[in-house]
Design a protein around this ligand. Structure first.
Ligand code: ADP
Ligand code: MG
Ligand code: MG
Length: 258
């Protein structure tokens, strides 16, 4: 199986160091949760993994099976098997969910094709989409909706999970820290990740404040970030501790970072 290896990663924003040496190994098939107080650098890690130009990597490496990603553009990272949920935050008028997914899937599977050429055959694509939607317990009608047109919080997350299922990357990074998640959205993500990690070999890093996001998909590993470093790694009981008691205990155990 593949390995996503983050080693001594250092990231600055506008010249200010934010990540100060992050180490994290994720194998395919594993679910990892990343938690930590607001401002600790969780989203910075997600943006840096995505290759966002504002997030300057000043040291360290991010490798998939030994290939360093830090100098690659977001498309090349996607081809190596990395999926970032917010990589596709599009609203294209007149484009339906199914059309969008057919293009997205084609681009990842056949990156050298020219625009307009060689989309995955419709019949094959429909069959695959139907299978995935059934597996995820989704109403097939959803594929006929116009993309992001009046989507509720839960529907946006349904779209995200369906994309994940169709693209089936080696590794998925989901930054779900947004406090705007309603309970339907939380359930869609939690259940969706659980189903995907059960039925695929995907490695998942889910970044969250919400312990409920971890309800269905109990992570094998929970990491805590404080001040730009991962200071603790534990199992699901660490996520529960953080949920029940907050970060006071972690800060006490790591006065150098608090
Ligand atoms: P978290 O996701 O854990 O809440 P962030 O990664 O969003 O933390 O932020 C970490 C630190 O980096 C904060 O001090 C924040 O103010 C700063 N930061 C993050 N992104 C930017 C940005 N685009 N411009 C300026 N500062 C930023
Ligand atoms: Mg934040
Ligand atoms: Mg954040």
């Amino acid at each position: 199986s593949s390995l996503l290896k983050i080693e001594d990663l250092r990231v600055s924003v506008d010249g200010t160091p934010i990540l100060k040496g992050v180490n994290l190994d994720i194998r395919q098939g594993e679910v990892h949760a990343l938690m930590g107080p607001n401002g600790s650098g969780k989203s910075t890690l997600a943006f840096a993994l995505m290759g966002h130009p504002k997030y300057e990597i000043t040291g360290g490496t991010v490798e998939i099976d030994g290939v360093n990603l830090v100098d690659l553009d977001p498309n090349e990272r996607a081809r190596l098997g990395l999926f970032l949920a917010f990589q596709y935050p599009v609203t294209i008028p007149g484009v339906k969910v199914a059309d969008f997914l057919r293009h997205a899937v084609t681009n990842v599977r056949n990156p050298d094709r020219k625009e307009g050429e060689n989309l995955i055959p419709m019949r094959e694509f429909r069959k695959e989409l139907k299978g995935k939607m059934e597996e995820l317990g989704m109403d097939l009608e959803f594929a006929r909706r116009y993309l992001n047109d009046g989507f509720s919080g839960g529907e946006k997350k349904r779209m995200e999970i369906l994309q994940l299922a169709m693209l089936n990357p080696k590794f998925a990074i989901l930054d779900e820290t947004d406090s705007g998640l309603d309970s339907d959205a939380v359930r869609v993500v939690s259940e969706g990740v659980a189903r995907l990690s059960g039925s695929t070999e995907m490695g998942v890093l889910i970044i969250t404040h919400h312990e409920r996001l971890l309800e269905f998909n109990t992570p094998q590993f929970t990491h805590v970030m404080l001040a730009g470093r991962i200071v603790e790694t534990g199992d699901a009981s660490l996520a529960a501790e953080l949920h029940n008691q907050g970060y006071a205990g972690v800060r006490e155990r790591h006065p150098e970072a608090a």
